[in-house]
Every structure is written in C-alpha cells, then in structure tokens.
Design a protein around this ligand. Structure first.
Ligand code: S3P
Length: 195
C-alpha cells in the first residue's frame, strides 16, 4: 500500500485484487471515439467500484442527450449543463471512475472542479483515424464532429489541453478496452507510488 502525505492513494492490492482507496476518483478524458466510456467501465470492474459517464448522467437528468441539447439550445447551453452535472457527480462521488465527454476537460471551470476533488485525470490518446472511424460508425451523431475536417481541427486544437491530464495513455486500434484499462490502473498506481 502506498500513501502520500495527504493520506491519499489510489490503489491497494488485497488478495490479489486491486481496489481504490480513500474515495479516490479517476476521471477518464479524451477525444470523441477514444473509448472513454468502455475503458471506464472495464477499469471500474477491475477496481471493484462504480463507473459513470457524464454524458449518460446529463441524459438522465435532462431527459435528452448531448446531441439534442446542442442541436436545440446550442453548445454554450450544453456546456453550462455539463459543468453543473459534473459538479454534482463529483460531489456525490457515488462512482469512482468517471468518463467525461470530449469537450468537458477543455473548459477551465471543469478542470478546476476536477482538481478540487483531487481526481486523477487520465487522457486516452487515440489516433485521429481511430476516433473518426468510431465517430462515423457510432449510432449517436456528434454535432461537433459531423464532418471529418471539423473533427480533425477540433482534435488538433484540443491535444494541448488534453495533455494537462496527470497521465497520457496512448491507445491503438488493436488493443482491447480491458488492456487499456489495465494500463490505466498501472499508471495511476505508479503515480501514487511516486507521490
Ligand atoms: C463532445 C463530446 C461528446 C458529447 C458532446 C460534446 C465534445 O461526448 O459530450 O457531443 O465536445 O467533444 P463523447 O466524447 O463521449 O463523444
């Protein structure tokens, strides 16, 4: 077991199983189609805790999803809702692994809220081609990535902000979500061992 001077650490091994300790929260971020939600759920299963997806929480609370909100009320209205629900979700912290939508981390206020909770932030860095293939194949249209060019511009513009996360996990096409989840668990663990 590792502890830093704030008494916080993320993962302990107990009976060969990893568990999250001291209410540690892990936030999974990255571009649309990088696999955040699937990895978050796999990671939570591995760590015996709950996962949630900010877009799903928004959909439940608002009775409409990000696509509808953006299309009906515009992106600015969606961002306000996103920040409000993120704040609530982290305060309640019923889930320890939280996947946030691709734009959430780009908003300074959201990064501040996440920092306030001392969450570990993990950037799933998937190549654009992989994200785009998934965006195109997805059942749910992403209004901010309707066209390849707009998506590519957004992808490039956001990389510098995603890089502010505590750890970057490169993601490749031939890796399963489970493998990526294991890498995330390892990275969080290492970070704690250092602190
Ligand atoms: C967005 C990403 C979407 C969703 C909304 C805005 C973005 O989530 O929150 O359409 O700005 O990148 P996913 O990253 O889960 O697709």
């Amino acid at each position: 077991m590792w502890k830093d001077d704030k008494g916080r650490f993320a993962i302990a091994f107990k009976g060969g199983q990893q568990r999250l300790m001291n209410n540690q929260i892990i936030v999974i971020l990255g571009f649309m189609g990088s696999g955040k939600s699937t990895v978050a759920h796999d990671l939570a299963r591995k760590l015996n805790c709950r996962a949630s997806d900010l877009d799903d929480l928004i959909t439940r609370r608002e009775s409409r999803g990000p696509r509808e909100i953006i299309e009906q009320d515009g992106e600015a209205a969606f961002r306000k809702i996103e920040t409000r629900i993120l704040r609530e979700a982290l305060r309640e912290a019923s889930a320890r692994v939280v996947a946030v939508g691709g734009g959430a981390w780009t908003i300074a206020e959201n990064r501040r809220i996440i920092a306030e909770h001392e969450a570990f932030t993990v950037w799933l860095d998937a190549p654009f081609e992989l994200c785009w293939t998934r965006i195109e194949a997805g059942r749910e249209t992403r209004p901010l990535a309707r066209f390849r060019e707009t998506a590519q511009t957004l992808y490039t513009a956001r990389r510098g902000i995603y890089a502010l996360a505590d750890v970057r996990i490169p993601v490749s096409e031939n890796e399963s979500a489970e493998t990526i989840a294991m890498k995330v668990a390892g990275a969080v663990d290492q970070l704690n061992a250092k602190s």
